[in-house]
Design a protein around this ligand. Sequence first.
Ligand code: SF4
Length: 351
Amino acid sequence: MYDNLKNSTFLIGKTLEELEELAILLNHKKFRGKQLFNWLYVQQVDNYENMSNLPVDFRNKLKNLSIHPLKLVQQKITDSKQTGKFLFSLNNGNLVESVLMHEGSRTTVCLSTQVGCAVDCDFCATAKMGFIQNLTSGEIIDQFLHLQKMSDNKITNVVFMGMGEPFLNYKNTLEAAHLLHDSRGINMGAWRITISTAGIVRKINQYAKDKEPFKLAVSLNGSNNNQRLKIMPITNACTLDELIEVSKAYTLKTRKRITFEYVMLKNINDSMQDAKNLISLIKSIKCKLNLIPYNEIDGPYRRPDDQTIMIFLKVFKNAPFPVTVRWSKGQDIDAGCGQLITKESKYNEKN
Ligand code: SF4
């Protein structure tokens, strides 16, 4: 009966139009789909009994479909209670992680778009898993809905920076972002949603061409091509100069500011000369630079000490763009940037 509805097993991930289509398929009026959309994304209720304005017959028919594609299997919260890491099981048992962070008036979630990742950045824990699968838009947005339920504060910002390369799962990632942004549902401002890429050039071009309203972040992580190539093999496919060029074209075409991310690795890319090179690279681009002191995993890379970070930062004193340092919280629970990895690839009920 539901064959012509994509991802028909679960309701989360469906758009308003798809739910209206579902209502008609189930012999109910189209507007019932809108009511259902409201229950799922505005009220965020997760059982049919509470959807009080839906006819009993419609609710009974809906019971053949599950609401949530994800099941929470584990959570770790830092001692400060500022950061939490959450492990979810997909329907097929594969696992994925998301992070919830509170800082001042901001509550940010970092969502995953893939299980594992094929991009193979040398410093990244997720890369060690290899690529396992893309997440559906429902599996992406369900992370948000679960985290909102567990958060005492309303989530104010979303970054697609968890496990996976969002632009290698472009369609599902953008569908999830649009569901977040839909004013009839969750209604999150586009400026509060950031999609981060390691530098998939053809997709940056498409993102600009599609006039997507969300923010864009690009991970540089190297101040020259050879340095970046050693830690990010994707530089083989697109040189640092090409990445800078396409980033600049994005800002000119969209008139939007781009964020450059720079993971600082001790004795690899944290010298004053690196800082000077970075300024030369990006000074003509409408951008902001986000420095991310490395969060250590089992591997050869180390985090620069705070003094080195401060010296590096000082070089940017007169730079024509803003610079921030992301003093990542959550390293003690391996929830810092680049630390997401699921040690077991499958969920086992005995875990
Ligand atoms: S840093 Fe991002 S793009 Fe690179 S391997 Fe890790 S998850 Fe993939």
